[in-house]
Design a protein around this ligand. Structure first.
Ligand SMILES: Cc1cc2nc3c(=O)[nH]c(=O)nc-3n(C[C@H](O)[C@H](O)[C@H](O)COP(=O)(O)OP(=O)(O)OC[C@H]3O[C@@H](n4cnc5c(N)ncnc54)[C@H](O)[C@@H]3O)c2cc1C
Length: 450
């Protein structure tokens, strides 16, 4: 039998499942199609910023986080801490920001950012999060959630979508591509392919992000800890579920491969990091992914819309991808039901209004992407980069951070989601003390290629 849903959602990642469940609860008929039959174990999306937690709650999916916290499959994160272990040229004397910090010796900068009261982030494995979301989708959508299924586009026009899955024809009123960085739906819409690698922010070198399971005696409850080493990249640590720990390492050396990365991580942990985080570090399984920022565009064409990573990839620094994806979902689940107008005898779909929704979606996503990039530009120079340009900028960023507590507050509030739309990008850049104001406009929405 043919399926004629109001909305077909392609991809059951965080954005696809959240959107499918929310639209279904608002009375639309939804078909959700996922290519993978099983949730795969992956190194991605393991840290939810407070704003992403708020958004899940607002979408009526807060139980996913609460049940994971109760089952100890997730940990609440309340603080971000940035430490710089570099020696030599950057500063001639230590800048001890945290008075009396026991670890201050040997660090050039030690900055603690607390989330505003009432907000916290959450660390949760992608597997645990996706499994929970898929379980709700299965329960609520029933047979309209198709897993392990490949979709094919049959129509040649984007104004009358016709698709086939497992031999069944699907004729949706609207198609939402929530199928990630390498979106097939974006391809159908004539959008570009994602770059295989690129720059995390302007002025940086292209990088790889290596995710690692690791074990130490040290426990980091409630903290996301970033340690910038001397010459060996930056390590970000946080506690995962069941006593497991996660480490992310930024490297510009993609060619070293898994064995090379493992050796460098182990030796840097021993030589630089162990004295801050404890001895006996054991490096477990490991995987690399390109760390880049890219605006893909377009976000809407004909009866097709994109959400989440299919729209743009944000940097994986400190975890913002899911916040970005859920911002799309939160906004569109209010707007999409309005496209379906109930008349006395039938339900109508407003194609004109869809074009307006797509335009607003584009403008709003672009603005949000712009804000995130500005914040990242600041964090990147503070925490991650060792390139020559960045080293020069870092000095200004460090001084600004130390002299202006509002910069710290802005970062904490921004990621907790309290003032996202309250400030213009230029004002954010000004408050953060990002140098080169004349260039800031160009930096926000930049698309980078290797
Ligand atoms: C190494 C790494 C670490 C990261 N860490 C974080 C972090 O700590 N915090 C954070 O917020 N973000 C993080 N991110 C980014 C985050 O993972 C993404 O922003 C987020 O997963 C985007 O969600 P999505 O639903 O849009 O896409 P995805 O999570 O990519 O989901 C897309 C879904 O679509 C399915 N799919 C793909 N093609 C098709 C098709 N043709 N038909 C049907 N289904 C299809 C896929 O199988 C998948 O289930 C990280 C990314 C990487 C690579």
């Amino acid at each position: 039998m043919d399926l004629k849903p109001d909305v077909l959602i392609v991809g059951a990642g965080i954005s696809g499942t959240a959107m499918a469940i929310a639209l279904h609860r608002r009375g639309l008929s939804v078909v959700l199609v996922e290519r993978d039959a099983q949730v795969r174990e992956r190194f991605k999306g393991e840290y939810l910023q407070p704003i992403a937690v708020h958004r899940l709650q607002h979408l009526g999916l807060g139980s996913v986080i609460e049940s994971a916290l109760e089952a100890r499959e997730a940990t609440a994160i309340r603080e971000l801490r940035f430490r710089d272990l570099a020696s030599g040229s950057l500063f001639s004397k230590a800048v001890s920001f945290l008075a009396g910090s026991p670890d201050a010796a040997g660090t050039l900068s030690d900055v603690l950012v607390r989330y505003p009261k009432g907000s916290h982030g959450v660390s949760i494995s992608q597997h645990a999060l996706a499994t929970r979301l898929r379980a709700i989708a299965r329960k609520e959508l029933g047979a309209d959630f198709l897993e392990g299924v490949e979709l094919q586009l049959k129509s040649t026009t984007l104004d009358r979508p016709r698709l086939v899955a497992q031999g069944r024809r699907i004729q949706p009123r609207l198609v939402v591509g929530a199928d990630g960085r390498n979106s097939t739906v974006r391809g159908w819409m004539g959008g570009p392919r994602a770059a295989a690698t690129g720059r995390p922010v302007v002025g940086a070198e292209p990088e790889f992000l290596v995710g690692v399971d690791f074990e130490t005696d040290a426990r980091l409850p409630h903290r996301y800890e970033v340690i910038r080493t001397a010459g060996e990249g930056t390590f970000s640590f946080f506690q995962l579920s069941g006593g497991r720990q996660r480490l992310y390492w930024n490297t510009q050396d993609a060619s070293a491969g898994k064995q090379g990365w493992r050796e460098r991580i182990s030796s840097t942990m021993d030589s630089q990091v162990a004295r801050h985080l404890g001895q006996n570090a054991e490096v477990g399984s490991l995987a690399g992914a390109p760390a880049n920022t890219a605006w893909m565009g377009p976000v809407g064409r004909g009866r097709f819309l994109l959400v989440g990573d299919a729209v743009a990839v944000t940097t994986p620094l400190g975890g913002q991808g899911m916040a970005f994806a859920l911002e799309h979902v939160e906004r569109l689940v209010e707007e999409i039901p309005l496209l379906f107008r109930q008349t006395q005898s039938s339900r109508r779909f407003s194609a004109d209004e869809l074009r307006r929704v797509a335009r607003r979606h584009h403008a709003s996503s672009r603005r949000y992407f712009h804000h995130i990039n500005l914040m990242n530009l600041f964090l990147y120079h503070l925490c991650f980069s060792r390139s020559r340009v960045a080293r020069h900028l870092s000095r200004a960023v460090f001084s600004h951070w130390n002299e202006h507590p509002q910069a710290r507050e802005l970062v904490a509030e921004y990621f907790a989601g309290t003032r996202v739309n309250g400030l213009t990008p230029l004002r954010i850049a000004e408050l953060l003390g990002i140098p080169g104001m004349a260039r800031v406009r160009a930096l926000g929405g930049v698309t980078t290629k290797a």
